[in-house]
Design a protein around this ligand. Structure first.
Ligand code: MLT
Length: 233
């Protein structure tokens, strides 16, 4: 596996930090600096890993190609989700953080690739804060795992806007159902606003984190260790 080359920023956890790393994923037209303040506010004790999306749409960085607003190039999304998961695995070795304790914080396009990574590479993320996400793949078919509970033990916050002109309320609910169906413990937060984040989103994200962001990361790390242990015959 060659190392995927993302422009990125990494900030180690402050002394006495909890051992988790936040994977910060910006929206269309953003960059690796955008979500650093949110990461520091929501989970101050974590390391921060912030890549810049490698797809350019009229010069605006994104994490995968789209055919039109809200119409994704699913083949590209799948390939880029794997590429991002590989980048996180390499970054964990390079910066010596615990790959089993990575929690994504994604906004809009960044939230969409975060949920694609959760569905395609469940081992990569211990949980996610999805800010104004959409459904990354049509449910069914070969895209999301069809059976089992690959996201068991992972907590996900879906922060949706009641007046979002890009993501209809029904789609936010559909995503929550899709992730719950894959075994995740999903919290759905509704802001009264649109696609732009407001204070209630940050309050909800902090409350979600304080209620167990770290717990889930540890639980899923323990579960993975147990699953990897050979069974006694
Ligand atoms: C996307 O393309 O991921 C969504 O339409 C959100 C956006 O970036 O506008």
């Amino acid at each position: 596996m060659t190392e995927p080359d993302f422009l990125h920023r990494f900030e180690p956890a402050p002394p006495g930090g909890g051992g988790e790393t936040l994977l910060l994923l910006h929206g269309t037209g953003g960059n690796e600096n955008d979500l650093l303040p949110i990461g520091r506010t929501v989970a101050p004790g974590t390391a921060l890993l912030a890549p810049r999306g490698r797809v350019l749409e009229h010069g605006m960085p994104r994490f995968f190609r789209r055919l039109a607003e809200g119409v994704f190039d699913v083949a590209d999304l799948r390939a880029r989700a794997h590429e991002l998961a590989d980048f996180v695995a390499h970054a964990a070795k390079r910066y010596a953080f615990d790959a089993a304790r990575v929690v994504a914080v994604g906004f809009s396009n960044g939230a969409n690739i975060a949920s694609a990574v959760m569905l395609l590479r469940p081992e990569c993320l211990a949980g996610s804060i999805l800010l104004r996400p959409m459904v990354p793949f049509a449910p069914g078919g070969a895209d999301p795992p069809a059976t089992g509970a690959p996201l068991a033990g992972r907590r996900v916050l879906v922060a949706a806007g009641r007046a979002d002109p890009i993501v209809p309320a029904s789609e936010s609910e559909q995503l929550a159902t899709l992730l719950s169906g894959a075994g995740a413990e999903v919290t759905l937060h509704w802001s009264p606003g649109g696609h732009t984040l407001d204070r209630s989103d940050l309050t909800a994200a902090s409350a979600w984190w304080n209620a167990g962001g770290a717990r889930v990361a540890r639980t899923s790390a323990a579960a993975r260790t147990a699953a990897a242990r050979p069974r006694a015959k």
